[in-house]
Design a protein around this ligand. Structure first.
Ligand SMILES: NC(=O)c1ccc[n+]([C@@H]2O[C@H](COP(=O)([O-])OP(=O)(O)OC[C@H]3O[C@@H](n4cnc5c(N)ncnc54)[C@H](O)[C@@H]3O)[C@@H](O)[C@H]2O)c1
Length: 260
């Protein structure tokens, strides 16, 4: 399977190097599409048009805006698309254009969290209620452009944890596009954006990024706590994410009968 990587930052560069070096059986790197001033050393660079032309699968690691801008033309060309910036799919029109029109197929990466499979199963069995995700990250990584300078400064200098925002998953993932994709993943897993309440907590002392996911359903009650070390390259991203991407590429490239 010929693979191109869209976005060559903390996630994309790890994925690109691993695929280039043969780390994913059945997958071959054709190149990276990037938006930095300098080309990444040691990696073949492509335009988006060349990537669409040459790749069987484009792996989006570029952020919600890039996905919204480029995703529709990728699937319309017949190239499959693996999405990491799941939060962009809170836009129903974008989700429909990526998932329902083809001919390229849309694949989703579980990213920083797990348990999505059993949440989808219990939702399918008889529905779920009271689905919540509480994300706690180091305070400075949560500073956003829309925040007033006073709030941003408060986050940079906070000494105690502070609940920054709580609300429907759709709102939270839009407010924190680089940090709350997981809220969208949970909403898509249970198939209901309005059911999932997401909370973002800024904690100046959190050594790890945590996501606590709870759900009640007719199949049972669920509670997952995921505690990830931040990526050294981008503390807003967890270090495990590129490896979740590689596992997903591996499943698409050569189904092995394994979970990863
Ligand atoms: N699903 C999850 O659990 C999860 C977890 C972490 C991050 N993410 C998503 O992954 C995205 C990438 O994370 P990261 O840590 O690698 O970010 P990053 O900022 O380190 O890298 C993103 C790269 O994409 C590039 N880029 C942006 N727009 C582009 C475009 N139009 N074409 C080509 N390249 C473009 C940027 O120049 C940058 O190099 C985040 O924005 C977030 O939306 C999802």
């Amino acid at each position: 399977m010929k693979v191109a990587i869209l976005g060559c930052g903390a996630i994309g560069s790890v994925v690109a190097h691993a695929v280039r070096d043969g780390g994913v059986p059945g997958a071959e790197l054709v190149g990276v599409v990037h938006a930095e001033r300098d080309d990444p050393p040691g990696l073949p660079v492509l335009s988006i048009d060349a990537a669409i032309e040459q790749a069987d699968l484009i792996v989006e690691c570029a952020g919600q805006r890039a996905l919204a801008e480029l995703g529709p033309s990728i699937v319309a060309s017949g190239t499959d698309l693996l999405v990491v910036s799941i939060g962009a799919l809170a836009d129903d029109a974008l989700l429909a254009s990526l998932r329902d029109t083809g001919p390229g197929r849309l694949h989703l990466c579980s990213g920083a969290i797990g348990g999505l499979d059993v949440l989808a199963a219990t939702a399918r069995m008889g529905g779920v209620s009271a689905v919540r995700i509480v994300t706690t990250k180091k305070a400075p990584t949560l500073v956003q452009r829309w925040m007033g300078e006073d709030v941003a400064q408060q986050l940079r200098t906070a000494t105690e944890p502070v609940e920054l925002m709580r609300g429907p998953a759709r709102e939270i993932t839009a407010a924190f596009p680089a940090s709350a994709n997981v809220a969208a993943s949970v909403a898509l897993a249970v198939g209901d954006w309005d059911l999932v309440e997401a909370t973002v907590v800024a904690d100046p002392n959190a050594p790890l990024t945590s996501h606590v996911i709870t759900a009640e359903g007719s199949a049972g009650d669920y509670r997952f706590e995921i505690r990830n070390h931040p990526s050294a390259a981008n503390p807003a991203t967890s270090g495990v994410v590129p490896h979740a991407v590689l596992a997903a590429v591996g499943r698409l490239a050569a189904p092995t009968g394994a979970f990863a």
